[in-house]
Design a protein around this ligand. Structure first.
Ligand SMILES: Nc1ncnc2c1ncn2[C@@H]1O[C@H](COP(=O)(O)OP(=O)(O)OP(=O)(O)O)[C@@H](O)[C@H]1O
Length: 231
């Protein structure tokens, strides 16, 4: 699904991402972990062609993301509030995304139904602009919008951040269901080791832009990661 080849990003003479090779196969769920400044968001931005690499390329289904926009038809993503449209209400925003994907109002409602618990009665029917929602609720709106098109590939940057504990658990279950029922390929960064291990079958550690570990999750992974991050 995704292949990264000799990917580098340099800012002001400092290499912030340097990944010789990374392959994510269809249906795989990959958690990206790493301390602040490790390069996670920069990597996501290059995968989504929001910034250009200093060197190397990202291929989605074998096609360079810089050279063709085909990947946009099957990729859902939410990195930050910049993905939202501030001056729309939630309903207007979901309708906008639905229209882009040829979905009827009924389709949109159906696809949002699994989000009811996560939304907790605070997202829909609020007669409020997206800009006026809390950070956590904005995140819920962004993640739901990313999933709305039923993408083959879902990319989320720190989806658990800013969410209360109940919402984190609900989101975790929702992502697990998407993985299991739709075999959605996922690339999720998180500082929450336990949640990301629960959702993802593979964990990649990024440190100072370098991919330092790549492991399949098992019952020992949380302990191994905690040991790794204990300095
Ligand atoms: N536009 C930019 N100009 C200069 N340096 C940048 C720019 N964007 C990112 N960086 C630097 O690149 C490095 C990686 O940042 P990035 O945001 O990708 O890390 P991250 O792993 O997502 O961190 P966090 O966990 O804190 O969100 C950091 O040192 C950051 O300061």
């Amino acid at each position: 699904m995704l292949t990264i080849n000799n990917l580098q990003k340099v800012y002001n003479g400092t290499t912030v991402v340097n990944i010789p090779e990374l392959t994510i196969t269809a249906g795989e769920s990959v958690g990206l972990v790493g301390n602040n400044g490790a390069g996670k968001t920069t990597l996501f931005r290059m995968i989504l062609d929001l910034i250009r690499p200093s060197k190397g390329e990202v291929f989605s289904k074998g096609i360079s993301v810089m050279e063709s926009g085909d990947w946009k038809n099957y990729t859902g993503s939410y990195l930050d509030e910049g993905f939202l449209i501030d001056y729309l209400t939630t309903e207007e925003y979901f309708k906008f995304i639905g229209d882009l994907n040829g979905l009827s109002g009924g389709d949109v409602a159906e696809r949002l139904a699994p989000f009811a618990d996560l939304f907790n009665g605070e997202i829909l029917g609020q007669r409020k602009y997206i800009r006026d929602f809390s950070k956590g609720n904005q995140k819920k709106i962004g993640v739901a919008a990313a999933v709305l098109s039923n993408p083959e590939l879902l990319i989320l940057d720190e989806p658990f951040a800013n969410l209360d504990p109940s919402s984190q658990i609900r989101l975790k279950n929702l992502l697990k269901n998407l993985r299991e029922e739709k075999q959605m390929t996922m690339l999720i960064s998180s500082h929450d080791l336990s949640h990301v291990i629960d959702v993802c079958e593979r964990i990649v550690i990024l440190e100072k832009g370098q991919l330092v570990q790549d492991m399949a999750t098992n019952e020992n992974t949380l302990r191994e990661l905690e040991t790794y991050f204990t300095v």
